[in-house]
Design a protein around this ligand. Structure first.
Ligand code: AMP
Length: 478
């Protein structure tokens, strides 16, 4: 099957092609046609199945570009996921100039408020901050036609149910609602019957065929020997890219310091860090700037990073589901991966709980022998000295041909997006299709130029007026 069969706008198809998606995944095959018909859907599907694009694609297709008020709202449990989903939507909607905005807590409200004054098609956010904006009147929901509740089970686990319900009650009744969840508990089903209309139920079963190729092993070890076992395991496993999960942020801090000292390229992420730092660490890890990410469960959900070869549970997760989410960071997009759990002898009960949750016994391995370590040492030492291979970002090809231009005039000079489109599309060799997202602020504006035509537009705009005014123009910093 091909994406063309969904009868999508050529602009959406072009973006999908440039993202390298040749064939829709199972969840996409099932969800896209239903949402395009504006029917509600209740989808049981895990991250890694391509579920983001299964709602992002029809959303980008359905939203009306002309409408200034936001038309779609996506709720996610974490800030990282909000940013990621927003990026996926921006990538898919690039040629249709779909403007997405991520709203999440611990980031300046005022800046978000300003951004909300711009034309925005899709809002992606965490429930608390979204509700805050609606209640303060900074987010107008009167034109919201589409609602996506992503990772609904996690949203409930994190205690967001009340906020999610409050948001739903404030949205127009005539809308299409999509609910995605890895598990369909009674509570989720109740939520769907309460707020959805004749939802089409779609289950992507985790059959062998769909199951990622992940090898699971566990080691039984006393607390005092965990660190030395971890070292031995990293030597024999010699991972390219590895997440090590710990139970608390204190444990993360300790471990990252120790590993750092020992020469590992390691960094950390946990909920006690500033949001900017969290994003930066995830970005650097995504780019392959270091090999070992030490994390609490904040990094377990939804985070989509290719080529993570190993997940190590340095501490047994206390919740059975966490094991699945942590492990799901590896073996993505058809690749294989390995999950290694270190359990102390007293944690037998938790381990059995996890095994019954995942439906199989995790085989117990024995500590690497001296010979194995000696044999692996040289290759490990070489890799420790090497910079990890840079990972390509998903939207790279899509973004390669885009130049963002800065102009020193905006709302105060009464300049609107149409003024830029009108002026730039008149340049010889440029059409409206070469113009991407336009952002007009009070005193400055940003215009994306697509298809590698940035320098041509830049050259011309140096001596072309916009609404009778000659503006300063240069390539935007970011
Ligand atoms: P998700 O389940 O949304 O977290 O997506 C998992 C990964 O699959 C992401 O890296 C997507 O970019 C990628 N992906 C989504 N749809 C497709 C597709 N049709 N073909 C190839 N990769 C895809």
């Amino acid at each position: 099957m091909h994406f063309k069969e969904f009868k999508l706008d050529e602009k959406i198809l072009r973006a999908i092609e440039q993202l390298g998606y040749t064939e829709p995944t199972e969840v996409q095959q099932k969800v896209i046609p239903v949402v395009l018909e504006k029917q509600d859907v209740l989808v049981k599907s895990k991250t890694g199945s391509g579920k983001t694009a299964s709602f992002a694609t029809p959303l980008c297709e359905l939203v009306d570009w002309e409408e200034n008020k936001p038309q779609a709202l996506v709720l996610t449990p974490t800030r990282e996921l909000a940013v990621q989903v927003q990026e996926d939507i921006t990538n898919i909607g690039r040629y249709k100039r779909i403007k997405g905005l991520a709203l999440y807590g611990k980031s300046p409200f005022a800046r978000q408020k300003l951004a909300l004054k711009q034309k925005t098609h899709v809002i992606v956010g965490t429930p608390g901050r979204v509700l805050d904006h609606i209640e303060k009147g900074t987010l107008d929901v009167s034109k919201m036609e589409y609602l996506v509740i992503d990772e609904a089970d996690e949203m409930l686990n994190m205690g967001f149910l009340e906020q999610v319900e409050s948001i739903i009650k404030l949205l127009p009744k005539a809308r299409t609602t999509m609910l995605f969840s890895a598990t369909l508990s009674d509570q989720i089903k109740k939520l769907s019957t309460k707020y959805m209309k004749q939802a089409v139920s779609i289950e992507i079963d985790a059959s062998e065929e769909n199951a990622p190729d992940i090898e699971h092993v566990k080691y039984v070890v006393v607390e005092e020997l965990k660190l030395s076992l971890l070292e031995k395991l990293t030597i024999v496993e010699n991972p390219d890219s590895c997440i090590i999960f710990c139970r608390t942020k204190e444990r993360v801090e300790q471990l990252v310091d120790v590993l750092d000292e020992k020469g590992y390229t390691a960094d950390k992420i946990h909920g006690g860090m500033m949001q900017e730092d969290r994003f930066e660490v995830m970005d650097d890890f995504r780019k392959g700037e270091f090999r070992y990410l030490i994390a609490t469960d904040v990094a377990a959900r939804g985070i989509d990073i290719d080529d993570i070869t190993h997940v190590i549970h340095y501490d047994v997760p206390l919740e059975e589901e966490s094991y699945v989410h942590r492990t799901g960071r590896t073996g993505r997009a058809g690749r294989s991966g390995k999950s290694i759990m270190l359990a102390t002898p007293f944690e037998d009960k938790f381990v059995r709980g996890i095994e019954s949750f995942i439906g199989f016994e995790i085989s117990t391995a024995s500590e690497p022998t001296k010979e194995e370590i000696v044999k692996s040492r040289a290759a490990f030492d070489v890799k420790m000295q090497e910079q990890p291979e840079a990972k390509k970002s998903k939207g790279e090809q899509l973004n390669a041909n885009i130049t963002k231009l800065y102009f020193n005039g905006g709302k105060k000079k009464k300049i609107r997006a149409v003024d830029f489109v009108g002026t730039i599309a008149k340049i010889e060799g440029i059409t409206a299709d070469d113009i991407g997202i336009i952002t007009i602020q009070d005193t400055v504006s940003y215009v994306e130029i697509l298809n590698g035509k940035g320098s041509l537009v830049l050259k011309n705009m140096r001596n072309t007026t916009v609404k009778g005014k000659l503006l300063k123009v240069h390539i935007a910093n970011k």
